[in-house]
Write a protein that binds this ligand. Structure first.
Ligand code: NAD
Length: 368
């Protein structure tokens, strides 16, 4: 089988990490008699520089004709880059919102998993002197809520006033809730739905519809948690969570928090799914302009995103497992990019420091 991948390398470290993910993908596919063909398109700052817009309609058409999208990261330094002097709809991030909407990518899955090999870089590595073990997945609604509601800035009685609108309808909530319950059925069968139902109408509707959906899944338990409490519980006791279901803005913030408690944002993949097997796979981190072009970025989040692609879009479970196993083996062999080096000098001395491309080589070499 030949899979057709739309490849969006993007800006900053994007091209470096996507090259490594492609290397690993090609290795694992060749091992099982399959292959990938790549259609490269521009998105973000590189597309602004070439076409004046962060994402062209042609790029979206190319993505639609492929089986899945593998994406690096987009954007630049938001203080110094000229891209951020443009109006909001022309900035790099507008490309992200446009592709999610155009491809109907309404569900964002972000696992946060503590590798025992990296427990020394996790700020919460121990609980009562015992190593922690947490393994949760955030299911975030991606095409509704505050980020997609109407917004404007106007002068009211001579005072500049900005308005953003938070909108959800019951169908949008039902769809993402079902995704979360389906994911929970394949895991430990526990959903924690996060909202701000003590204040927001959108959250009260969220709670009502989520409860209705839960009745279709009698094997899965459902808890509701307020978002401020969830932010605290993630740091206090992340083991309590299996699947966290939440809306767009809360998920944006909580998923970064969840990724940070694993020790490095450079480790965490994500999948954005629609109602078919099509999906967009990208690391959870941004374009890291501070380290771009130096061949020192950690490519593992993108490599693990490629593994999620094989699992969710192509049902290639053995190949997806082979990538995850190779990553684990690479870590247990002490191979580390700078961001996942232990802070302790003695421990760091026993590790093998590698560049971004050497990390890709190391994982590819360990594919069984
Ligand atoms: P960032 O995630 O790019 O970087 C935060 C910190 O983490 C930096 O110190 C960076 O060097 C480090 N880091 C990130 N990824 C790393 C990796 N793979 N290996 C080693 N270190 C890594 O976040 P930021 O600095 O807030 O944002 C930079 C740009 O990225 C902005 O333009 C932002 O809008 C954009 N962004 C894009 C996406 C996306 O493409 N989906 C997501 C988030 C941010």
């Amino acid at each position: 089988m030949t899979i057709k991948i739309c490849r969006i390398s993007g800006d900053g470290i994007g091209p470096e990490i996507v090259a490594e993910a492609s290397k690993v993908l090609d290795t694992v596919l060749a091992g099982s008699g399959n292959s990938a063909v790549y259609q490269d398109v521009l998105m973000g700052g590189c597309s602004i520089d070439k076409y004046g817009v962060p994402l062209t309609d042609e790029a979206i058409d190319t993505a639609r004709k492929c089986d899945a999208v593998l994406q690096g990261s987009i954007g630049g330094n938001t203080t110094t880059s000229p891209w951020y002097k443009l109006p909001p709809e022309k900035r790099p991030e507008a490309g992200l919102l446009k592709i999610r909407k155009a491809l109907g990518l309404y569900a964002n899955l972000r696992p946060a998993y503590l590798y025992s090999e990296l427990s020394e870089s996790c700020p919460l590595a121990e609980k009562n002197g015992e190593p922690r073990k947490f393994d949760l997945i955030m299911v975030r609604e991606l095409t509704g809520g505050l980020y997609f509601g109407a917004r404007h800035t106007e002068e009211v009685n001579g005072i500049l006033t900005a308005t953003d609108t938070d909108v959800y309808n019951e169908n949008e909530i039902r769809r993402i809730a079902r995704t979360a319950f389906d994911v929970a059925m394949k895991r430990r069968k526990k959903v924690t739905s996060v909202d701000k139902a003590n204040v927001l109408d959108t959250s009260r509707l969220w709670r009502k519809i989520t409860k209705e959906v839960s009745e279709e899944y009698p094997e899965v338990s459902l808890d509701n948690m307020l978002v401020d409490n969830c932010a605290m519980q993630l740091v206090r006791d992340p083991e309590q969570f299996d699947v966290i279901l939440t809306e767009n803005m809360f998920g944006d913030i909580l998923s970064d928090e969840a990724s940070m408690i694993t020790g490095s944002i450079g480790m965490l993949p994500s999948a954005s799914l629609c109602e078919t097997s099509f999906g967009l796979y990208e690391p959870s981190h941004g374009s890291a302009p501070d380290i771009a072009g130096k061949n020192i970025a950690n490519p593992l989040a993108t490599i693990l995103s490629a593994s999620m692609m094989l699992r969710y879009s192509f049902d290639m479970i053995k190949e997806a497992d082979a990538i995850e196993e190779a990553v684990r083996k690479t870590l247990s062999d002490g191979i580390r990019t700078t961001d996942i080096m232990p802070a302790d000098k003695e421990k760091a001395a026993s590790m093998k420091p590698v560049s971004c491309s050497e990390m890709g080589d190391a994982v590819a070499a360990r594919i069984k």
